[in-house]
Write a protein that binds this ligand. Structure first.
Ligand SMILES: Nc1ncnc2c1ncn2[C@@H]1O[C@H](COP(=O)(O)OP(=O)(O)OP(=O)(O)O)[C@@H](O)[C@H]1O
Ligand SMILES: O=C(O)C1=C[C@@H](O)[C@@H](O)[C@H](O)C1
Ligand SMILES: [Mg+2]
Length: 218
């Protein structure tokens, strides 16, 4: 115990209470929107939701936003108004989403990045991430749901292979490329995207207690 004429010793400091209340660990914070691009089945929607939760950021999906605005499913929009009308709606929706005041994780529709205007906008205002997956993986994943108009009535493997040949060189313009491998959990893909975003340097602000990269040095 220290007295008024003895300086306090470090031992006088209150003992750390291991089980006492602590400030909650601050999460990394998003400074710019993140736009996920890639083919149908890559995981833009399902991985994107996990990534947004890790960043405590809003999650938005351009397909879901278009559906809400049109009060129709993507398949119904394609059937009743055609693909061109869908693409115009997609361009407008994405332009709105990247300008939201609070940066969000945006899952874009698989074809959105192929539009020159949308791609230019995303490359200038968002951190773009291509979630890349092999053909076999995509074919297996899209087989779980039959709501994708571009795959309706055709052979999904053939259609996806054609889209892959056309789109991969364009998706490759994204700032970050992350492979989504078969058997790897959504969370693992989201964590690697977070590492990629950190490496860009101007997308994530670290909280004081934010967990550091999961990557182990080679
Ligand atoms: N890493 C993963 N591990 C296991 N399943 C996955 C993974 N990523 C995606 N999936 C599954 O693949 C399917 C398609 O994923 P998702 O809907 O997220 O793709 P998408 O890129 O949003 O496709 P679309 O462009 O058609 O909207 C879902 O059933 C999802 O759970
Ligand atoms: O790859 C595409 O062109 C598409 C992907 C989906 O996200 C939807 O936007 C729609 O089914 C078209
Ligand atoms: Mg999706």
């Amino acid at each position: 115990m220290s007295t008024p004429d003895t300086p306090p010793s470090p031992d006088d400091a209150p003992a750390a209470l291991p089980d006492g209340p602590r400030a909650p660990a601050a999460r990394p914070r998003l400074l710019r929107p993140v736009a996920l691009v890639g083919l149908m089945g890559a995981g833009k929607t399902t991985v994107g939701r996990r990534l947004a939760a890790m960043l405590d950021a809003p999650f938005v999906d351009s397909d879901e936003e278009i559906e809400a605005a049109a009060r129709m499913s993507v398949a119904e929009i394609f059937a009743s108004m055609g693909e061109d009308a869908f693409r115009q709606g997609e361009r407008r929706v994405i332009a709105r989403l990247v300008r939201q005041s609070r940066p969000a994780v945006i899952a874009t529709g698989g074809g959105a990045f192929m539009n020159d205007d949308t791609r230019a906008l995303l490359l200038s205002r968002a951190a773009t991430v291509w979630i890349r997956a092999e053909l076999d993986t995509l074919v297996e994943r899209v087989g779980r749901k039959n709501t994708r108009p571009l795959l309706a009535g055709g052979d999904p493997r053939r259609v996806l292979a054609e889209l892959m040949a056309r789109r991969h060189p364009v998706y490759a313009e994204a700032a970050v490329v992350v492979d989504s491998r078969r058997g790897e959990k959504h969370e693992a893909v989201a964590a690697r995207i977070l590492d990629g975003l950190r490496a860009l340097g101007d997308v994530i602000e670290e909280g004081p207690d934010a967990p550091q990269s999961q990557e182990t040095p080679a």
